[in-house]
Design a protein. Structure first.
Length: 92
């Protein structure tokens, strides 16, 4: 098991074998937390609130597409708009 040294400014260099095993690249983000007296670094992606909302829509099936062409997209939009108009018409 590789050993690393804490340098000035509390920096450490992750050994090449460790970086390769998890696929880390320059600029990647790591979440640092303490678990039972041990420091754990976990690779993390940056997800904005808008991205999280979009991912939730995908998980719940609230998406359309993918579309092979712009015409296919427009056809889908018109079909969904027609459904919306039917729902919103006042009943006599």
């Amino acid at each position: 098991m590789p050993v690393v040294k804490v340098k000035t400014k509390y920096q450490v260099t992750l050994p090449t074998s460790v970086r390769h095993r998890v696929g880390l690249k320059v600029g990647d983000l790591l979440e640092a937390k303490v678990e039972r007296g041990k420091i754990t670094l976990t690779p993390k992606g940056v997800i904005t609130p808008g991205m999280a909302e979009g991912l939730e829509d995908v998980r719940k099936g609230r998406v359309y597409g993918p579309f092979a062409s712009a015409d296919e997209l427009l056809h889908s939009l018109h079909r969904e708009a027609a459904k919306f108009r039917k729902k919103s018409r006042p009943r006599a």
